[in-house]
Design a protein around this ligand. Structure first.
Ligand code: GRF
Length: 216
């Protein structure tokens, strides 16, 4: 099967983008990362991508008068790269409903909580505040509402009594780096499909492997 062409959109560090790039190097991975786009020209992830000789594009949102004009150029860049799927990885810009609709069921995002709990910013603080004993991350199809949309994959990690937002974030981030490539592979291979507003997985994923490597 032809590999799906993926654009990864970032705003900062880009560790999830790096995990996707690493996974996509496997010959049998069903997707290739054809471009990395950042709305912040100084994003460390963009520097990393350039160093790896990936197509790395800066689209400084501050240079645009409106969200729509920014998205017009973004769309242009995606079309030029002949992109099939968009993976948001720490991309800190809200998209307009029109743009989200254009990429319906072809744009995915990772959020560092077990959605639908703890949407938005300061998720780790929210989880600690609520006193949950299990936290985690979610990869989902993007819908106009922030941090909502059909869930493709989740991974769980324990919350420890001594956790700070930083220690919890670090534990969850490790899980993100496993679950995001897994979810992208499911979508790119066509094994994860939206049926209504839920995702059906055509083939059993080895959840044990995903969870095991993330809880340790
Ligand atoms: C991750 O925790 C991701 O879930 C959230 O923003 C963070 C981005 O980290 N949306 P990185 O840029 O991928 O390192």
């Amino acid at each position: 099967m032809k590999k799906k062409r993926v654009a990864v959109l970032i705003s900062g560090r880009g560790s999830n983008m790096q995990a996707l790039v690493a996974a996509a190097q496997a010959p049998r991975f069903p997707a290739e990362i054809v471009t990395v786009i950042s709305n912040r020209p100084d994003a460390p992830g963009l520097t990393w991508a350039k160093r790896k000789k990936l197509s790395a594009i800066a689209l400084d949102h501050k240079a645009y008068r409106s969200r729509q004009s920014f998205e017009l150029d973004l769309q242009q860049a995606l079309e030029t790269a002949n992109v099939d799927l968009v993976a948001l990885a720490g991309f800190m810009r809200l998209m307009t409903p029109g743009f989200v609709e254009l990429w319906r069921d072809r744009m995915i995002n990772i959020h560092p909580s077990l959605l639908p709990s703890f949407k938005g910013l300061h998720t780790h603080e929210q989880a600690l505040e609520a006193g949950v004993k299990i936290a985690g991350c979610t990869v989902h199809f993007v819908r106009p509402e922030m941090d909502a949309g059909p869930i493709i994959a989740q991974a769980a990690v324990p919350v420890l009594d001594r956790d700070t937002p930083a220690t919890l974030a670090a534990r969850i981030l490790k899980a993100e780096h496993v679950v995001y490539p897994t979810a992208l592979a499911l979508v790119a291979s066509g094994k994860a499909r939206c049926v209504g507003e839920k995702v059906v997985i055509d083939q059993k994923i080895n959840v044990k492997n995903v969870l095991h490597s993330t809880v340790c």
